[in-house]
Design a binder for this molecule. Structure first.
Ligand SMILES: *Cc1c(COP(=O)(O)O)cnc(C)c1O
Length: 385
Protein backbone atom coordinates (compact mmCIF):
# COMPACT_ATOMS: atom_id res chain seq x y z
CA UNK A 1 0.00 0.00 0.00
CA UNK A 2 1.41 3.37 -0.86
CA UNK A 3 0.62 6.94 -0.13
CA UNK A 4 -1.43 8.95 -2.61
CA UNK A 5 0.95 10.90 -4.81
CA UNK A 6 1.54 14.43 -3.65
CA UNK A 7 -0.21 13.94 -0.34
CA UNK A 8 1.47 15.89 2.41
CA UNK A 9 1.71 14.04 5.70
CA UNK A 10 -0.35 15.47 8.51
CA UNK A 11 1.71 14.88 11.66
CA UNK A 12 0.18 13.76 14.95
CA UNK A 13 1.82 16.66 16.75
CA UNK A 14 4.42 19.26 15.89
CA UNK A 15 5.55 21.60 18.65
CA UNK A 16 4.77 25.30 18.40
CA UNK A 17 7.77 27.37 19.43
CA UNK A 18 6.89 30.89 18.36
CA UNK A 19 6.70 32.98 21.52
CA UNK A 20 9.61 34.41 23.50
CA UNK A 21 11.46 31.04 23.63
CA UNK A 22 14.36 32.25 21.49
CA UNK A 23 14.72 35.47 23.45
CA UNK A 24 14.85 33.63 26.79
CA UNK A 25 17.17 30.89 25.55
CA UNK A 26 19.46 33.53 24.06
CA UNK A 27 19.51 35.18 27.47
CA UNK A 28 20.67 31.88 29.03
CA UNK A 29 23.42 31.50 26.43
CA UNK A 30 24.56 35.14 26.67
CA UNK A 31 24.75 35.01 30.44
CA UNK A 32 26.28 31.54 30.55
CA UNK A 33 23.48 30.03 32.69
CA UNK A 34 23.02 26.81 30.74
CA UNK A 35 22.97 24.22 33.55
CA UNK A 36 20.36 23.53 36.21
CA UNK A 37 21.44 26.64 38.06
CA UNK A 38 20.06 29.92 36.78
CA UNK A 39 17.03 32.14 37.22
CA UNK A 40 14.58 30.57 34.74
CA UNK A 41 14.21 27.39 36.81
CA UNK A 42 12.71 29.17 39.80
CA UNK A 43 10.64 31.45 37.59
CA UNK A 44 9.19 28.50 35.68
CA UNK A 45 8.56 26.54 38.88
CA UNK A 46 6.79 29.46 40.53
CA UNK A 47 4.76 30.32 37.42
CA UNK A 48 3.58 26.79 36.78
CA UNK A 49 2.72 26.21 40.45
CA UNK A 50 0.74 29.46 40.48
CA UNK A 51 -1.01 28.56 37.23
CA UNK A 52 -2.20 25.33 38.83
CA UNK A 53 -2.97 26.95 42.17
CA UNK A 54 -0.23 25.20 44.15
CA UNK A 55 2.37 26.39 46.63
CA UNK A 56 5.50 24.90 45.12
CA UNK A 57 6.82 23.27 42.02
CA UNK A 58 9.98 21.19 41.73
CA UNK A 59 11.15 21.02 38.11
CA UNK A 60 12.70 17.75 36.97
CA UNK A 61 14.11 16.35 33.75
CA UNK A 62 10.96 14.59 32.48
CA UNK A 63 7.50 13.40 33.42
CA UNK A 64 8.57 9.84 34.10
CA UNK A 65 10.98 10.90 36.83
CA UNK A 66 8.43 13.41 38.17
CA UNK A 67 6.23 10.41 39.00
CA UNK A 68 9.19 8.42 40.31
CA UNK A 69 10.33 11.29 42.52
CA UNK A 70 6.79 11.73 43.88
CA UNK A 71 6.49 8.06 44.83
CA UNK A 72 10.00 7.86 46.30
CA UNK A 73 9.47 10.95 48.44
CA UNK A 74 6.26 9.60 49.98
CA UNK A 75 8.35 6.95 51.74
CA UNK A 76 6.41 3.81 50.80
CA UNK A 77 7.60 0.44 52.08
CA UNK A 78 7.98 -2.85 50.20
CA UNK A 79 4.54 -4.48 50.00
CA UNK A 80 2.74 -1.13 50.06
CA UNK A 81 0.28 -0.80 47.20
CA UNK A 82 -0.58 2.00 44.82
CA UNK A 83 -3.82 1.82 42.83
CA UNK A 84 -3.57 3.12 39.27
CA UNK A 85 -5.31 2.65 35.92
CA UNK A 86 -4.09 -0.14 33.66
CA UNK A 87 -4.83 2.12 30.67
CA UNK A 88 -1.92 4.55 30.96
CA UNK A 89 1.74 5.01 30.08
CA UNK A 90 4.29 2.69 31.67
CA UNK A 91 5.86 5.66 33.51
CA UNK A 92 3.10 5.30 36.12
CA UNK A 93 3.81 1.64 36.90
CA UNK A 94 7.57 2.24 36.75
CA UNK A 95 7.28 5.01 39.31
CA UNK A 96 5.51 2.72 41.75
CA UNK A 97 8.07 -0.05 41.24
CA UNK A 98 11.06 2.31 41.52
CA UNK A 99 9.50 3.64 44.71
CA UNK A 100 9.65 0.10 46.10
CA UNK A 101 5.87 -0.43 46.13
CA UNK A 102 3.45 -2.68 44.24
CA UNK A 103 1.15 -1.44 41.47
CA UNK A 104 -2.50 -2.53 41.65
CA UNK A 105 -4.60 -1.91 38.54
CA UNK A 106 -8.15 -0.87 37.82
CA UNK A 107 -9.85 -1.04 34.44
CA UNK A 108 -10.79 1.97 32.33
CA UNK A 109 -14.16 3.68 32.18
CA UNK A 110 -15.62 2.77 28.77
CA UNK A 111 -16.76 6.35 28.11
CA UNK A 112 -14.07 8.70 29.45
CA UNK A 113 -11.23 6.12 29.13
CA UNK A 114 -9.91 7.33 32.51
CA UNK A 115 -9.69 4.96 35.48
CA UNK A 116 -13.11 3.58 36.43
CA UNK A 117 -13.52 5.27 39.80
CA UNK A 118 -16.30 2.84 40.77
CA UNK A 119 -13.72 0.05 40.73
CA UNK A 120 -11.17 1.73 42.98
CA UNK A 121 -12.71 0.88 46.35
CA UNK A 122 -12.71 -2.85 45.52
CA UNK A 123 -9.00 -2.59 44.68
CA UNK A 124 -8.08 -1.23 48.14
CA UNK A 125 -6.44 -3.54 50.68
CA UNK A 126 -4.90 -2.91 54.10
CA UNK A 127 -1.60 -2.35 52.23
CA UNK A 128 -2.92 0.42 49.95
CA UNK A 129 -1.07 3.68 50.57
CA UNK A 130 -1.85 5.77 47.48
CA UNK A 131 -4.08 6.25 44.44
CA UNK A 132 -2.59 7.49 41.16
CA UNK A 133 -5.29 8.97 38.89
CA UNK A 134 -4.29 9.87 35.31
CA UNK A 135 -6.28 12.42 33.28
CA UNK A 136 -6.27 10.43 30.03
CA UNK A 137 -5.86 12.41 26.78
CA UNK A 138 -6.78 15.59 28.64
CA UNK A 139 -10.13 14.51 30.15
CA UNK A 140 -10.11 14.86 33.93
CA UNK A 141 -10.71 11.87 36.17
CA UNK A 142 -13.87 12.05 38.32
CA UNK A 143 -11.84 13.12 41.36
CA UNK A 144 -14.47 13.50 44.14
CA UNK A 145 -14.88 9.78 44.89
CA UNK A 146 -11.09 9.36 44.94
CA UNK A 147 -10.59 12.32 47.26
CA UNK A 148 -13.27 10.83 49.55
CA UNK A 149 -11.59 7.41 49.55
CA UNK A 150 -8.21 9.01 50.23
CA UNK A 151 -9.64 10.83 53.29
CA UNK A 152 -11.45 7.78 54.56
CA UNK A 153 -8.50 5.39 54.22
CA UNK A 154 -5.65 7.86 54.79
CA UNK A 155 -4.17 7.46 51.32
CA UNK A 156 -1.94 9.75 49.28
CA UNK A 157 -3.08 10.98 45.90
CA UNK A 158 -0.33 11.06 43.29
CA UNK A 159 -1.93 12.89 40.38
CA UNK A 160 -0.59 12.39 36.86
CA UNK A 161 -1.69 15.51 34.99
CA UNK A 162 0.87 15.14 32.18
CA UNK A 163 -1.87 15.16 29.54
CA UNK A 164 -4.16 17.72 31.11
CA UNK A 165 -2.34 21.05 31.33
CA UNK A 166 -5.06 23.61 32.02
CA UNK A 167 -7.87 21.04 32.26
CA UNK A 168 -10.57 21.56 34.87
CA UNK A 169 -12.84 19.40 37.01
CA UNK A 170 -16.06 20.52 38.67
CA UNK A 171 -15.31 19.45 42.22
CA UNK A 172 -18.49 18.74 44.20
CA UNK A 173 -20.67 18.39 41.09
CA UNK A 174 -22.81 15.73 42.74
CA UNK A 175 -24.18 18.35 45.13
CA UNK A 176 -25.36 20.40 42.16
CA UNK A 177 -23.05 23.34 42.93
CA UNK A 178 -19.41 22.55 42.31
CA UNK A 179 -16.26 24.60 41.89
CA UNK A 180 -14.01 24.33 38.85
CA UNK A 181 -10.60 23.07 39.94
CA UNK A 182 -7.48 22.85 37.81
CA UNK A 183 -5.91 19.51 36.96
CA UNK A 184 -2.71 19.41 38.98
CA UNK A 185 -4.43 20.77 42.10
CA UNK A 186 -5.63 17.42 43.45
CA UNK A 187 -2.56 15.47 44.44
CA UNK A 188 -0.47 15.41 47.58
CA UNK A 189 1.99 15.37 44.70
CA UNK A 190 0.81 16.32 41.20
CA UNK A 191 3.05 15.41 38.30
CA UNK A 192 3.49 16.95 34.87
CA UNK A 193 5.48 16.19 31.75
CA UNK A 194 6.69 18.94 29.44
CA UNK A 195 7.72 16.62 26.63
CA UNK A 196 7.56 18.12 23.13
CA UNK A 197 4.04 16.87 22.44
CA UNK A 198 2.60 18.12 25.73
CA UNK A 199 0.52 21.31 25.73
CA UNK A 200 3.23 23.33 27.49
CA UNK A 201 6.65 21.98 26.60
CA UNK A 202 10.29 22.36 27.51
CA UNK A 203 11.40 19.76 24.93
CA UNK A 204 12.10 17.29 27.72
CA UNK A 205 11.00 18.20 31.22
CA UNK A 206 8.64 17.63 34.10
CA UNK A 207 7.50 19.01 37.42
CA UNK A 208 6.03 17.88 40.72
CA UNK A 209 3.62 20.28 42.42
CA UNK A 210 2.75 20.13 46.10
CA UNK A 211 1.49 22.31 48.95
CA UNK A 212 3.57 20.44 51.54
CA UNK A 213 6.90 22.18 52.31
CA UNK A 214 8.45 19.01 53.76
CA UNK A 215 7.62 17.10 50.60
CA UNK A 216 8.92 19.83 48.30
CA UNK A 217 12.21 19.94 50.27
CA UNK A 218 12.55 16.19 49.87
CA UNK A 219 11.76 16.39 46.16
CA UNK A 220 14.37 19.10 45.65
CA UNK A 221 16.97 17.04 47.55
CA UNK A 222 16.16 13.83 45.71
CA UNK A 223 16.45 15.66 42.39
CA UNK A 224 19.93 16.80 43.27
CA UNK A 225 21.62 13.63 44.65
CA UNK A 226 20.52 14.40 48.21
CA UNK A 227 23.39 16.77 48.79
CA UNK A 228 23.14 17.77 52.43
CA UNK A 229 22.47 21.51 52.74
CA UNK A 230 25.58 23.06 54.25
CA UNK A 231 27.68 19.91 53.86
CA UNK A 232 28.68 19.26 50.29
CA UNK A 233 29.40 15.67 49.12
CA UNK A 234 27.75 14.14 52.18
CA UNK A 235 24.58 12.11 51.69
CA UNK A 236 22.17 10.66 54.23
CA UNK A 237 19.71 9.44 51.57
CA UNK A 238 20.04 7.95 48.08
CA UNK A 239 19.14 10.58 45.51
CA UNK A 240 19.20 10.92 41.75
CA UNK A 241 20.11 13.50 39.17
CA UNK A 242 16.68 14.59 37.93
CA UNK A 243 17.65 18.21 37.25
CA UNK A 244 16.08 20.35 34.52
CA UNK A 245 18.30 22.92 32.80
CA UNK A 246 17.86 26.67 32.80
CA UNK A 247 17.63 26.48 28.99
CA UNK A 248 14.65 24.14 29.19
CA UNK A 249 12.96 26.19 31.90
CA UNK A 250 13.40 29.28 29.72
CA UNK A 251 11.46 27.55 26.94
CA UNK A 252 8.77 26.45 29.37
CA UNK A 253 8.32 29.95 30.73
CA UNK A 254 7.89 31.33 27.22
CA UNK A 255 5.38 28.59 26.39
CA UNK A 256 3.41 29.31 29.54
CA UNK A 257 3.00 32.92 28.41
CA UNK A 258 0.98 31.57 25.46
CA UNK A 259 -1.00 29.01 27.49
CA UNK A 260 -4.36 30.61 26.77
CA UNK A 261 -3.86 30.56 22.97
CA UNK A 262 -2.66 26.97 23.15
CA UNK A 263 -5.72 25.90 25.10
CA UNK A 264 -8.00 27.88 22.80
CA UNK A 265 -6.62 25.94 19.82
CA UNK A 266 -7.10 22.64 21.67
CA UNK A 267 -10.71 23.48 22.52
CA UNK A 268 -11.39 24.41 18.89
CA UNK A 269 -9.80 21.16 17.69
CA UNK A 270 -11.76 19.05 20.18
CA UNK A 271 -15.07 20.64 19.30
CA UNK A 272 -14.43 20.47 15.53
CA UNK A 273 -13.43 16.78 15.64
CA UNK A 274 -16.34 15.96 17.88
CA UNK A 275 -18.89 17.65 15.61
CA UNK A 276 -17.57 16.08 12.43
CA UNK A 277 -16.82 12.61 13.75
CA UNK A 278 -20.08 12.21 15.66
CA UNK A 279 -21.74 11.94 12.22
CA UNK A 280 -19.50 8.99 11.26
CA UNK A 281 -20.86 5.56 12.14
CA UNK A 282 -18.59 2.77 13.30
CA UNK A 283 -16.54 4.75 15.82
CA UNK A 284 -16.85 6.41 19.20
CA UNK A 285 -15.00 9.33 20.73
CA UNK A 286 -14.14 10.20 24.33
CA UNK A 287 -17.32 11.16 26.20
CA UNK A 288 -17.04 14.63 27.68
CA UNK A 289 -18.74 14.66 31.06
CA UNK A 290 -20.64 17.81 32.12
CA UNK A 291 -18.26 18.09 35.10
CA UNK A 292 -15.20 18.19 32.84
CA UNK A 293 -13.44 20.91 30.90
CA UNK A 294 -11.05 18.75 28.90
CA UNK A 295 -8.06 20.02 26.95
CA UNK A 296 -7.99 17.45 24.12
CA UNK A 297 -4.30 16.69 24.49
CA UNK A 298 -4.83 14.02 21.85
CA UNK A 299 -8.10 13.36 20.06
CA UNK A 300 -8.80 9.63 20.08
CA UNK A 301 -11.30 7.43 18.29
CA UNK A 302 -12.34 3.86 19.10
CA UNK A 303 -13.37 1.74 16.15
CA UNK A 304 -16.53 -0.31 16.81
CA UNK A 305 -15.77 -4.00 16.92
CA UNK A 306 -18.67 -4.81 14.56
CA UNK A 307 -16.92 -2.84 11.80
CA UNK A 308 -14.51 -5.76 11.60
CA UNK A 309 -11.37 -3.60 11.60
CA UNK A 310 -8.81 -3.01 14.31
CA UNK A 311 -7.09 0.28 15.10
CA UNK A 312 -3.95 -1.04 13.38
CA UNK A 313 -5.82 -1.63 10.11
CA UNK A 314 -7.45 1.80 10.24
CA UNK A 315 -4.12 3.41 11.11
CA UNK A 316 -2.43 1.81 8.06
CA UNK A 317 -5.20 3.06 5.81
CA UNK A 318 -4.98 6.58 7.26
CA UNK A 319 -1.20 6.58 6.76
CA UNK A 320 -1.78 5.75 3.10
CA UNK A 321 -3.97 8.85 2.99
CA UNK A 322 -1.24 10.97 4.57
CA UNK A 323 -2.77 11.05 8.04
CA UNK A 324 -0.43 10.09 10.86
CA UNK A 325 -1.90 8.44 13.95
CA UNK A 326 -0.71 6.71 17.11
CA UNK A 327 -2.14 3.63 18.80
CA UNK A 328 -3.77 3.87 22.23
CA UNK A 329 -1.95 2.62 25.30
CA UNK A 330 -1.51 -1.11 25.78
CA UNK A 331 -2.66 -1.83 29.33
CA UNK A 332 -0.07 -2.39 32.05
CA UNK A 333 -1.42 -5.92 32.59
CA UNK A 334 -0.51 -6.75 28.96
CA UNK A 335 3.12 -5.58 29.26
CA UNK A 336 5.60 -8.47 29.06
CA UNK A 337 8.12 -6.64 31.27
CA UNK A 338 5.55 -6.40 34.06
CA UNK A 339 3.96 -9.82 33.49
CA UNK A 340 7.39 -11.43 33.92
CA UNK A 341 7.46 -10.00 37.43
CA UNK A 342 4.33 -12.02 38.22
CA UNK A 343 2.18 -8.91 38.46
CA UNK A 344 -1.54 -8.57 37.61
CA UNK A 345 -2.17 -12.26 37.04
CA UNK A 346 -5.69 -12.48 38.44
CA UNK A 347 -7.08 -9.22 37.11
CA UNK A 348 -9.60 -8.79 34.31
CA UNK A 349 -9.45 -5.54 32.35
CA UNK A 350 -11.73 -5.98 29.31
CA UNK A 351 -12.33 -2.27 28.68
CA UNK A 352 -8.62 -1.43 28.52
CA UNK A 353 -8.08 -4.43 26.24
CA UNK A 354 -10.75 -3.23 23.83
CA UNK A 355 -9.37 0.33 23.90
CA UNK A 356 -5.87 -0.97 23.18
CA UNK A 357 -7.07 -3.02 20.22
CA UNK A 358 -9.62 -0.59 18.75
CA UNK A 359 -8.32 2.86 19.72
CA UNK A 360 -6.01 5.32 18.00
CA UNK A 361 -5.46 9.02 18.13
CA UNK A 362 -5.55 11.55 15.33
CA UNK A 363 -3.43 14.60 14.49
CA UNK A 364 -3.99 16.94 17.45
CA UNK A 365 -1.00 19.27 17.57
CA UNK A 366 -0.93 23.03 18.04
CA UNK A 367 -0.20 23.66 14.35
CA UNK A 368 -3.17 21.64 13.01
CA UNK A 369 -5.23 23.74 10.58
CA UNK A 370 -8.93 23.54 9.75
CA UNK A 371 -8.13 22.22 6.25
CA UNK A 372 -5.97 19.47 7.73
CA UNK A 373 -8.63 18.60 10.28
CA UNK A 374 -11.18 18.26 7.48
CA UNK A 375 -8.79 16.02 5.52
CA UNK A 376 -8.36 13.85 8.60
CA UNK A 377 -12.12 13.55 9.07
CA UNK A 378 -12.65 12.68 5.39
CA UNK A 379 -9.96 10.01 5.61
CA UNK A 380 -11.49 8.56 8.79
CA UNK A 381 -14.90 8.49 7.12
CA UNK A 382 -13.59 6.56 4.14
CA UNK A 383 -11.51 4.26 6.38
CA UNK A 384 -14.69 3.08 8.12
CA UNK A 385 -16.84 3.00 4.99
C1 LIG B 1 3.95 11.97 28.68
C2 LIG B 1 3.44 11.27 29.88
C3 LIG B 1 4.28 10.87 30.93
C4 LIG B 1 5.78 10.80 30.81
O1 LIG B 1 6.39 11.97 30.55
P1 LIG B 1 7.86 12.01 29.89
O2 LIG B 1 8.19 13.46 30.02
O3 LIG B 1 7.70 11.58 28.47
O4 LIG B 1 8.73 11.14 30.69
C5 LIG B 1 3.72 10.37 32.10
N1 LIG B 1 2.40 10.23 32.21
C6 LIG B 1 1.54 10.53 31.20
C7 LIG B 1 0.10 10.33 31.41
C8 LIG B 1 2.05 11.04 30.00
O5 LIG B 1 1.21 11.32 29.00
Amino acid sequence: RHRRKGTILIPVCEPRVDGRELEYVTDCVRTGWISSAGPYIKRFEASWAAYCGRRTGVAVSNGTVALEAAVRCLGLQPGDEVVLPTFTIISCALAVLRGGATPVLVDADPDTWCMDVDKVEAALTPRTRAIMPVHIYGHPVDMDPLVALAHEHDLFIIEDAAEAHGGQYLGGWRSGSGTWQTCGSFGDASCFSFYANKIISTGEGGMVLTDDPTLSDRLASLRNLYFEPGRRFYHSELGSNFRLTNLQAAIGLAQLETAEERLEHKRWLGKAYQERLSRVSGLSVQTIRPWARPVYWMFGIVVDEHVGKTAATVSDYLASEGVMTRPFFTGMHEQPALQRMGLFQDGRYPVAERLARQGLYLPSGPTLTETQLEQVCDAVTSALG
